[in-house]
Design a protein around this ligand. Structure first.
Ligand code: ADP
Ligand code: MG
Length: 703
């Protein structure tokens, strides 16, 4: 692609888009399919056959040989199995390319090896994938050739959700129903559908592939388990928004082109805070499409990196000592006729519907802060949340000056009479344009910040699917809307009731609002005084999934059954234990086979030098000092290695998943830190020539 103008021509070229459907489907079929997509009407099998045929011939023209049902099991990633379009050979030995409606709408992967948290025993291995027609199919081209990818939901034989897509779609239904109910009460008769819109900003690191291959920790765990800080980190703030280096720029160009072809609206790219860290953000889309597209983004970042001799690290904390990576989940609620329920307008104090929506969200987030925190829980994210860089592990809401003031008026006087307006930006330079500022400044430390016409949930980890946070957001807000509608529908006087509700919610839930510095120690203490939960680790957060209030709410809106929640909790504990176990084993492996031998050979060469220097009649005090220092640290490292090995072995003996996860957190993780400390000190002493792997400096600054 040479011309900028050709972006428009390649955009969506590999997507079975609305335009393609209009061109290729008979009018009647197109209309029926649209009805299913927009109104959730059941799909007629005859229609499915016609759609499948059109989809297949379109895909085959693009070179596709196979199709696959892409689904999102509870691993947080996507899964797929490829089937070619060929039929059994005819008598003359020739084959046809076929694809039926049945194959389009239903798949049956023998999927007993996916985590099911006990929802499905291995002897009952049936699982079904079902076409999610609201997220477009596309043709993906890679080393396997061209493959028609069909986004699907994945359920067990008995209909339990074994994936992240099904509950997401259920939660979208819930918020649609409750938001429509609320809109009708405010006299809206025209909107027919309300959808959560999501724009995820994706952070990632890029390292040189050859150096990556020399680090077993990166290969096995996605993060460095050892590594001394280089002389320079991120303290100069010279990487954030800095000039993008040519090698990276050419990578980003290819990523964008691939994404555009797949209909992903890659929009913003820049260098992030840490060296070698970058960000990509698309234009927001309907929640399920955004979730699917984010998976495509993550895959594309990885794939294109390979083609450029790079490796893309999506882990939340690939390097200690510099910022980790997250995924800001921007979320709003929009009607099919273009109304954003989170748009305050110029004078929010007069916008009663907005104030009710806003205070419902305060209530939802306050009542279910634990669930929202849990939705961002991920092993890697434990290194960020509460560790002075990403948002703290405590959920709070930033509203900004204007809305904060409106809420204060409501709480103090019962009604709001004015809204602070945005000023004009005055730079003192006559040649610069004068424009009006937003009414609200930004706050970078809040986990849940109002940013103009959307909320930005900043806790999500970079590697994780954004499905879980959006399932939680959609459902907790649906519940708050439902409670408000119950009250309003029963009220004799709507105006008084709505006024009272807004005041009540604002007053009862103002403790969740915090506009200060979320990274400070004072906030941790203040939050405790306010009674806000501070769930410091993933293991602490998981129980939120199965509290009575969570089970009741998810059950009420048909998003998760109790069994589905229990299964998820179990899978989370297992995921935690497995990940830490792999990290511990990798540390043991690297320390035993690479680091200790390297230090031993270095101390040997020091000893030889000392002997030679002393024999020559000179002083070898420096060498002796260094040798002693190295030997002491070597001893400390060896002792820590023994302890870590014992701790990890003991973990394997614990049968119950929760207890095992907790043991890994409380005992194995500190044992890993105890091994890392002397090793990182040794790295600063030992000759770089003999150190067995590339350093932080090599990885972060020589990309
Ligand atoms: P920031 O300045 O916070 O880094 P951007 O302005 O680039 O971020 O926007 C972040 C993301 O928010 C983008 O993906 C954008 O499409 C998305 N976004 C913008 N408006 C909305 C909205 N109303 N609802 C959901 N997402 C939105
Ligand atoms: Mg942002």
């Amino acid at each position: 692609m040479s011309e900028v103008t050709s972006v428009a021509s390649i955009f969506g070229e590999d997507v079975f888009s609305d335009k393609v459907m209009q061109e290729r489907l008979p009018k009647k079929v197109y209309k029926e399919l649209k009805k299913t997509m927009t109104e959730g009407k059941e799909l007629d099998p005859v229609i499915a056959d016609v759609v499948a045929e059109a989809m297949k011939s379109w895909a085959v023209e693009k070179g596709a040989t196979h199709y696959t049902h892409i689904f999102q099991p509870l691993t947080g990633m996507t899964a797929e199995k490829h089937d070619s379009f060929i039929t059994a050979p005819k008598e003359d030995g020739s084959v046809l390319m076929e694809f039926s409606g049945k194959e389009l709408i239903k798949g049956e992967p023998d999927a007993s090896s996916f985590p099911s948290g006990g929802l499905r025993a291995t002897f009952e291995a049936r699982g079904y994938t079902a076409w999610d027609c609201t997220s477009p199919a596309y043709v993906r081209k890679d080393a396997a050739g061209a493959i028609l990818c069909i986004p699907t939901a994945f359920c067990s034989y008995t209909g339990e959700a074994l994936d992240k897509k099904t509950p997401l779609l259920r939660s979208m239904q819930a918020i649609n129903e409750q938001a429509l109910r609320l809109l009708r009460l405010f006299g809206n008769t025209t909107s027919r559908k309300v959808t959560p819109s999501v724009g995820p900003e994706q952070e990632y690191f890029l390292v040189d592939k050859q150096k990556y291959l020399k680090r077993k920790d990166l290969i096995f765990t996605g993060r460095t388990l050892f590594g001394a800080m280089p002389p320079k980190g991120q303290e100069l703030d010279d990487h954030y928004f800095g000039i993008i280096r040519q090698r990276i720029a050419s990578y980003m160009k290819d990523v964008n082109e691939e994404l555009w072809k797949l209909g992903v609206t890659a929009k913003t790219q820049h260098n992030e805070v840490a060296p070698a860290q970058h960000e990509l953000a698309p234009i927001y889309a309907e929640a399920n499409v955004a979730v699917d597209h984010n998976q495509i983004v993550m895959k594309t970042l990885k794939k294109v990196a390979c083609q450029h001799g790079l490796h893309c690290l999506l882990h939340e904390k690939p390097f200690a000592g510099v910022n980790g990576s997250g995924k800001h989940n921007n979320w709003s609620i929009t009607t099919d006729d273009g109304i954003n329920l989170l748009d305050p307008g110029k004078t929010p104090h007069e916008n009663i519907q907005f104030l009710l929506v806003l205070t419902c969200i305060l209530k939802a987030v306050d009542e279910h802060a634990d669930l929202l925190r849990e939705s961002a829980a991920d092993v890697g994210n434990d290194h960020r949340l509460g560790a002075n860089e990403a948002p703290p592990a405590i959920i709070s809401i930033f509203l900004g000056e204007q809305l904060q003031d409106v809420i204060e008026q409501l709480v103090n006087t019962g009604s709001a009479t004015h809204s602070k307006a945005g000023d004009v930006l005055n730079t003192g330079v006559k040649t610069l344009p004068v424009f009006s500022k937003d009414a609200t400044d930004r706050n970078r430390t809040s986990p849940f910040a109002f940013t103009g016409n959307k909320f930005e949930f900043r806790m999500v980890g970079s590697k994780d699917s954004i499905a879980s946070p959006n399932i939680v957001l959609n459902t907790i807000v649906a519940e708050a809307f439902s409670d408000a509608c119950d009250a309003l529908e029963a009220a004799e006087d709507f105006d008084t009731c709505v006024h009272d509700l807004i005041k009540k919610y604002a007053t009862e839930h103002q403790r969740i609002i915090f506009n200060g510095n979320g990274y400070s120690e004072e906030w941790v203490e203040e939050a405790e005084r306010r009674g806000l939960p501070n769930l410091k680790s993933m293991v602490d957060a998981i129980p939120a999934l199965v509290t009575d209030k969570a089970v009741e709410m998810f059950g009420k809106f048909g998003v998760y059954s109790k069994a589905e929640l229990e299964a998820r909790a179990e899978i989370q504990y297992e995921a935690y234990a497995k990940a830490i176990n792999i990290e511990a084993k990798t540390m043991i492996d690297i320390a035993s086979k690479q680091i200790i031998p390297a230090v031993i050979s270095y101390t040997k060469s020091l000893a030889d030098t000392i002997n030679a220097v002393t024999a020559a009649g000179a002083k070898a005090a420096v060498q002796v000092g260094l040798l002693n220092e190295c030997s002491d640290l070597l001893e400390e490292a060896k002792a820590a290695l023994v302890k870590l090995t014992e701790a990890d072995d003991a973990a394997a003996e614990i049968g119950e998943v929760e207890a095992q996860a907790r043991y890994f957190h409380d005992t194995v993780v500190p044992a890993m830190a105890a091994l890392r400390a002397p090793v990182d000190k040794l790295e600063m002493l030992v000759d770089k020539e003999v150190w067995p792997m590339p350093s932080y400096g090599d990885l972060l600054f020589e990309v």
